[in-house]
Design a protein around this ligand. Structure first.
Ligand SMILES: *[C@@H]1O[C@H](CO)[C@@H](O)[C@H](O)[C@H]1NC(C)=O
Ligand SMILES: *[C@@H]1O[C@H](CO)[C@@H](O)[C@H](O)[C@H]1NC(C)=O
Ligand SMILES: *[C@@H]1O[C@H](CO)[C@@H](O)[C@H](O)[C@H]1NC(C)=O
Ligand SMILES: *[C@@H]1O[C@H](CO)[C@@H](O)[C@H](O)[C@H]1NC(C)=O
Ligand SMILES: *[C@@H]1O[C@H](CO)[C@@H](O)[C@H](O)[C@H]1NC(C)=O
Length: 358
């Protein structure tokens, strides 16, 4: 069983009228970077290189999936490498997602790690992210990739004081001077791409909150030379959101701990989310390709996506009302102890990325 990837083009043509302002972001203020990117898109230009790269990584992923299944105690009657998921890559899988918006939940100074789950319950999601330089069509190594997503019932770490079901997303909650509501760090992390432009996160399939479909935020900082993970160190050359197929989302949300949320908040569908339509229009697809790790969703999921990044493009702004309606980016200060603990967990999950000297 696998979930076929839907065409971004096909989806765009059946989209319902988008809701006005997901995450209360005023779109009239955002399009500068987005339009720039759209106008200079090169969908298809890197197709041959992406296909070659995909072939090269498919076998590696299959082998890795076996290791993951063993680690998770999932039985292995259908080797992942035998399945169809990574066999063909339709034209539009050349994924060059347009720039989108920060939303109110980005934080500067994430923990450097792969396993971002902490104690959050949910369906395990191994997320393989590959970066490709859209100007050279070569993999993009040494880039910092940051992800953040809400938990199974819609809460973001750092902002758990905000009720994910309320329509008053940005008001009526007690925030601290740094802009966050708490010091939690679950489902956030930053990791550097390897020589093949790849990195992997181990997270859970995200839940949802009011006005938005299911998504994972992602930023890419290129030209990274130092070890500091702050946004001050290298410009943000890609600001995006990753999405999932409607069928998969609905299947996952039939399971706990996701299911109960449906009784307090109906989810916004992909078709109803204007950021989804922006990220999946004009030939782009920001939808993660997914496969089951075992036989059923509860065994876990493996997701894969390639993101095209333009290193010469005007960097995305990290602060200010034009990209983030709260007007600033909260800055966290993870302790050395928290970072050390994250490295221990990563090592337990088999991640041995060269460690950052603290
Ligand atoms: C890919 O695009 C080319 C040119 O538009 C087209 O001829 C070809 O049939 C497409 N292939 C697939 C698999 O869609
Ligand atoms: C998500 O996070 C919130 C805030 O910490 C917590 O109350 C809730 O139980 C979490 N959801 C799950 C499924 O653990
Ligand atoms: C979800 O939508 C259905 C159908 O419109 C409605 O009956 C139900 O009350 C809604 N649930 C919530 C929690 O709003
Ligand atoms: C990053 O490096 C590339 C290649 O050397 C260069 O073209 C680009 O301008 C640099 N970008 C930034 C933001 O420094
Ligand atoms: C990358 O950005 C530069 C600078 O804005 C632009 O001239 C170029 O066309 C872009 N390249 C691609 C492939 O989009």
């Amino acid at each position: 069983m696998h979930f076929p990837i839907l065409s971004g083009i096909a989806l765009a043509s059946v989209l319902a009228p988008a809701i006005a302002h997901p995450e209360l972001v005023d779109h009239s203020k955002v399009p500068r970077h987005e339009v720039h990117h759209l106008n200079s898109r090169s969908t298809g230009a890197c197709k041959v290189q992406i296909e070659a790269r995909r072939q090269a990584t498919a076998a590696k992923r299959g082998a890795k999936a076996r290791t993951r299944r063993e680690a998770r105690g999932v039985s292995d009657s259908h080797a992942l490498s035998d399945r169809s998921i990574y066999e063909t890559i339709p034209n539009r899988t050349c994924i060059l997602a347009p720039e989108t918006v920060w939303g109110p939940y980005g934080i500067d100074n994430e923990l450097h790690r792969h396993d971002v789950r902490e104690s959050q319950s949910g369906i395990n999601l191994y997320l393989d992210i590959g970066l490709i330089d859209v100007e050279t069509c070569e993999p993009l190594p040494d880039a910092w990739l940051t992800i953040w997503a809400c938990n199974a019932t819609g809460s973001y770490s750092g902002f758990t004081g905000i009720d994910p079901d309320t329509s008053d997303l940005l008001s009526g909650f007690e925030k601290r001077t740094d802009g966050t509501t708490d010091d939690k760090t679950f489902l956030r992390g930053i990791s550097k791409t390897d020589s093949e432009g790849m990195t992997e996160f181990l997270t859970i399939f995200p839940g949802y909150y009011i006005s938005r479909t299911t998504h994972i935020h992602v930023t890419v900082q290129t030209n990274v030379t130092g070890k500091d993970t702050s946004y001050n160190q290298a410009s943000v050359q890609h600001l995006g959101q990753l999405f999932f197929e409607e069928e998969l989302i609905n299947s996952v949300y039939q399971l706990q701990p996701y299911k109960d949320h449906l009784s307090t908040l109906n989810r916004t569908t992909n078709a109803e989310d204007s950021l989804y339509s922006t990220a999946n229009s004009d030939g782009y697809s920001a939808v993660v390709s997914t496969a089951l790790l075992g036989h059923v969703i509860a065994d876990g999921l493996v997701g894969s996506i390639t993101i095209g990044v333009n290193r010469s493009a005007t960097p995305a702004e990290t602060t200010g009302g034009s990209v983030n309606v709260v007007g600033y980016l909260p800055t966290a200060s993870p302790t050395a102890g928290a970072q050390a603990a994250a490295y221990v967990i990563d090592a337990e999950e088999g991640y041995f990325e060269k460690r950052r000297k603290l």
